[in-house]
Design a protein around this ligand. Structure first.
Ligand code: ADQ
Length: 755
């Protein structure tokens, strides 16, 4: 008998046997449309035989809706059906649901998704009773990635206010469904209904089938169908395609009916299966060398990773990622962050890892309750407004601070399992300020640096934090603290001087016998990436926008939608400009592009409302039949799109009330045509204003002043525009994202040498 055959004979002949079969891509081949993926009469006959064979329980466990399963398979007597990944189960006769569903919430989500899907031919929304599945198989390849990023971002924002739902990565689709409802539950259900000592065989092809594979008990087994074996899977066996599965199922029937069947070659046999090497997602702590540089941030620079069921699909391609990725790669490093997934309970998950990603990634899932309290809570309702000088928006809560501390401990715990104690660690941003102290408590001795991407406030503000002393103390456990500007460095030093016994020296802080180096490392962009010729695939969409603004001068704002960006103030100043200088009426168009952000935090939803109301009012009061003064686009654009928009703008209207750096300002400069550049009208409260002195600096708190500055920018003659732009471009080209990353890592490594 060949390898594995004995195992399958034993399993197939077990007195009680349950077969749990996924439908699409497993029992029937995947088709272009769901309607085309139908069972043949032979398959129906096979299922009927299986469902009625003595001792056999046969179930179809699918993501499809009840109606579809009823329609295609309802005629098979005795067949159990599980729809919507386990939300619905059909027993002997009728369907019942396993979770309650908030239809209103799903309606609301559907409304949010419709414009995105409408803008992407080839995508479609499948509304299920308890879930919404967005399919993108038909989206043009060049637009698919951007579509996935956009949809995932929207879904993730929505999930923050709907923690009872979760995201599911399906082949060529993404689904939002009630948390905890998955195909694994169906295994338990079938087991309860089958005879005692039942053995289960789970067969599937999709990531959603992993929940079934993970539910195997002693004596059960899982089979993966199709090319999914290239991903990490808990299944131990493999079948080529649905046809091979049919052969295998016939073999099971034959073996059960006829005890003497022995011919593995002639009969369908388990020898069609190839044993898969196990590739666990979760890896043990490193032995030997391990990565020498670990980056830690809340969000990963995540590229869609179909190879593992766990991580999220958020893609975050920007200067930061482009800068860090080579630095990490050169040092054989790793990037650790939150997966984007939340889990029930009160413990972070074990760390998982993808060595093949570029850069290599590691991640943990966080409990949903921490995510709400740590991320939406302490990070975004306390630290974010406080560090941006919005004291009126701050909200402190003990439980949110505790969740923040626990999340930081979880990142530190994960980090220790990934790198040696002497590895260099580069931590990013305000979500993980306590990580160095948590690492030190675990015995990490290597250099640890922090780069803060947002401003550092003055001592009067910082002192408002109830846990200010502890936070400062934890910051002094880093070896290197990097900020965007010398002003933030000065603020940090003044906090230390006022609130701790540490000694502030020329380039750092002396504390507990150690020196903490504190310095400005202004982050830049990769200028060339905004200077490439327009991608032809993006041209039509932008052309339509340009056509709509006609020959008017373009004033452009581009931001994440955030109250720190000063968008309502910008709108008011634009309107004031039209009142003060009415000759601009009909000759200028303001296009504001806002990427959705943190919509579940009430202030962000309010901000959106405020902006939309202001846009409607301005257009209503000032617009004319042939001229719409303001166009508001609530969406994200790819880099090539953005570059075209920047290049077409006469004024880059970038006026945050406070901003750590503001990379949009630098991107705008990089994208200009040197022979006829636009003018950068920049808030003096953006960190970028420190370097970009030749921009026209403005005060966004002063509506009339900003209106006059906008008029001046629009009137600026070519020689002045060119001179300013040349100086700005020199600055943007000198300090780039790449020099920033290299400088920071060199400084971090210098700490090690000094030690
Ligand atoms: P952000 O607050 O996100 O970053 P910013 O620096 O301007 O602000 O970066 C935004 C990025 O998003 C830019 O690369 C821009 O191209 C992109 N973006 C903005 N609107 C977009 C749109 N509609 N479509 C597509 N892309 C869009 C935080 C801090 C900043 C700091 C950065 C980096 O708040 O102060 O500069 O980190 O440290």
């Amino acid at each position: 008998m060949k390898n594995g055959a004995e195992h399958w004979y034993r399993l197939a002949r077990n007195p009680a046997l349950a077969l749990l079969l996924d439908y699409d891509g497993t029992l029937v081949p995947t088709a272009n449309t769901p309607e085309e993926a139908r069972p043949s009469p032979e398959v129906l006959a096979l299922l009927t035989e299986l469902a009625n064979a003595p001792g056999v329980t046969c179930a179809i466990v699918s993501g499809r809706q009840r109606e579809a399963l009823d329609e295609m398979l309802g005629s098979v007597a005795g067949l159990r059906l599980v729809a919507e990944h386990g939300l619905w189960r059909r027993g002997a006769t009728s369907w019942f649901s396993t979770a309650s569903v908030d239809m209103g919430a799903l309606d609301e989500l559907q409304t949010l998704l419709i414009p995105v899907v409408d803008a992407h031919p080839g995508s479609r929304i499948e509304r299920k009773t308890g879930a919404i599945c967005v399919h993108y198989r038909g989206v043009r390849r060049s637009r698919k990635e951007a579509f996935v990023v956009r949809v995932t971002a929207l879904l993730e924002e929505w999930l923050r206010t709907h923690p009872e739902y979760e995201l599911l990565d399906v082949i060529e689709a993404v689904e939002t469904r009630p948390r905890g409802v998955n195909k694994g539950g169906a295994v338990a259900w079938i087991r309860e209904r089958a005879e005692p000592d039942v053995r289960c065989i789970m067969v599937g092809n999709d990531v959603t089938d992993e929940d079934m594979f993970a539910a195997v008990g002693t004596g059960d087994d899982g089979i993966l169908v199709g090319p999914g074996y290239r991903r990490q899977t808990a299944a131990r066996w493999h079948l080529e395609d649905p046809a091979a599965l049919h052969t295998f199922l016939r073999w099971i029937l034959a073996v059960r009916i006829d005890e003497t069947v022995q011919d593995e070659s002639g009969l369908p046999s388990p020898m069609a299966l190839a044993s898969l090497p196990r590739q666990p997602c979760i890896e043990p702590a490193p032995e030997g060398r391990g990565p020498s540089l670990l980056a830690i941030s809340n969000r990963l620079p995540h590229l869609r990773d179909p190879s593992c069921p766990a991580p999220n699909r958020k893609q975050n391609v920007g200067g930061l990622v482009s800068a860090l990725a080579p630095v990490i790669a050169e040092r054989d490093g790793l990037w650790l962050g939150w997966s984007g997934n939340t889990i029930p309970g009160d413990q972070a998950s074990a760390v998982s890892r993808d060595r093949e990603a570029s850069p290599p990634l590691a991640w943990i899932d966080l409990p949903a309750v921490w995510h709400e309290q740590y991320y939406n809570g302490f990070c975004n309702r306390a630290l974010w407004p406080l560090f941006h000088s919005f004291p009126g928006r701050i909200r402190f809560s003990d439980s949110e601070w505790n969740a923040y501390a626990m999340a930081n401990e979880a990142f530190a715990e994960a980090a220790c399992s990934l790198v040696r104690p002497d590895a260099a660690i580069w931590v990013h941003d305000y979500h993980v300020l306590l990580v160095a102290s948590a690492l030190r408590r675990r015995g990490h001795t290597g250099p640890i640096g922090l780069f803060l991407h947002i401003p550092f406030p003055g001592a009067d503000l910082f002192e408002m934090i109830p846990w200010a002393d502890g936070l400062l103390d934890a910051l002094l456990e880093f070896d290197l603290l990097g900020f965007h500007t010398p002003g933030y460095v000065a603020n940090f030093r003044s906090c230390v001087a006022r609130m701790t016994p540490a000694q502030v020296s020329d380039d750092g802080v002396e504390h507990r016998g150690r020196t903490v180096r504190v310095a400005a490392f202004p982050l830049g962009i990769i200028p060339e990436s905004f200077q490439e010729p327009a991608d032809p695939s993006t041209a039509e969409e932008i052309a339509a926008l340009f056509q709509s603004i006609g020959s008017t001068q373009l004033v452009l704002g581009v931001d994440r939608l955030d109250y720190t960006k000063g968008i309502p103030e910008r709108l008011l100043a634009f309107e004031r400009m039209l009142q003060l200088f009415p000759s601009w009426k009909g000759r200028v168009s303001f296009v504001q592009v806002s990427v959705p952000s943190r919509e579940d935090v009430p202030e962000y939803a309010e901000q959106r409302q405020l902006i939309e109301t202001a846009v409607g009012r301005i257009n209503g009061e000032h617009g004319e039949a042939h001229w719409v003064p303001v166009r508001y686009l609530y969406r994200s654009y790819g880099r090539s799109h953005l570059a075209q928009l920047y290049r077409a703008a006469r004024v880059g209207y970038i006026t945050p009330l406070r901003d750590g750096m503001n990379l949009v300002a630098k991107e705008f400069v990089a994208a200009q045509a040197p022979e006829d550049p636009g003018v950068l009208l920049l808030s003096r409260f953006a960190g970028a204003a420190v370097e970009l002195r030749e921009a026209l600096l403005t005060n966004p708190y002063h509506t009339e002043g900003m209106a006059r500055d906008l008029d001046r920018a629009l009137r600026m003659e070519a020689p002045e525009r060119k001179a300013r732009h040349a100086a700005l471009l020199a600055t943007v080209s000198r300090t780039t994202a790449l020099t920033w990353a290299a400088d920071f890592v060199a400084a971090l490594e210098a700490v090690r040498s000094a030690a």
